[in-house]
Design a protein around this ligand. Sequence first.
Ligand code: AP5
Length: 209
Amino acid sequence: MRTILIGPPGAGKGTQAKIICEKYGIPQISTGDMLREHKRNKTPLGLEAAKAMDAGLLVPDAVVIGMVEERLKAPDAQQGFLFDGFPRTVPQAESLEASLKRLELKLDGVVLIDNVPDDLIVERICGRRTDKTTGQIYHIKYNPPPLGADLDHRADDKEETVRKRLTEYHAQTAALIPFYESRGLLRRVHGVGEMSAITEQMLAALQAK
Ligand code: AP5
């Protein structure tokens, strides 16, 4: 399975990606997680990315594309992968297309988590907490963490920054919808409702040809 999840911030990409990757035994390639790790380790790439991330802006294409090309060479990505949060611009999508062509690999499909209103996104993101050890994603209202869990609240999960991330999504990432539609790869799932019902829709979308 080679697939991509797209959708606005807070649509539920990370939540659903973990379930799908476990089911298919493929790695979740989250450029957000990779960039946050670089940031934590204060690598040159992390220091460059930090300014954009903290401001709710996209990290420059060249930085992200180089990082993903390296990741695609890893042994665990040879049998399949799920991209979560990549590509996010048309140049990133074109670069991925060229890389996959070089490697003679094909995408099975691109799933768009759609129809989540901006105000619900803000509520979801501001209430998100992530377990520092396991990476498990919780929500203080919709999926409360267990008592005593060691939780992280992301630096870019403040309302003002979330609104900027949404503006970036509408201005740059939404262009991927016609891009993948024109290639016959796009499948849409409705992103509001029980998490398990959305998982069902996603699994059906991934099996559809
Ligand atoms: P990234 O980490 O990719 O963040 P994002 O796309 O903004 O997405 P999120 O992680 O915020 O949300 P999600 O859709 O995964 O939702 P989740 O499942 O957690 O990127 C961060 C930054 O890195 C970017 O702003 C940019 O600067 C940079 N970056 C990353 N990739 C880049 C790229 N390719 N190019 C350039 N820059 C890049 O769910 C959210 C919350 O909602 C959780 O609390 C969850 O429990 C809850 N929830 C989920 N589903 C439901 C549901 N059905 N009902 C109720 N609650 C739900």
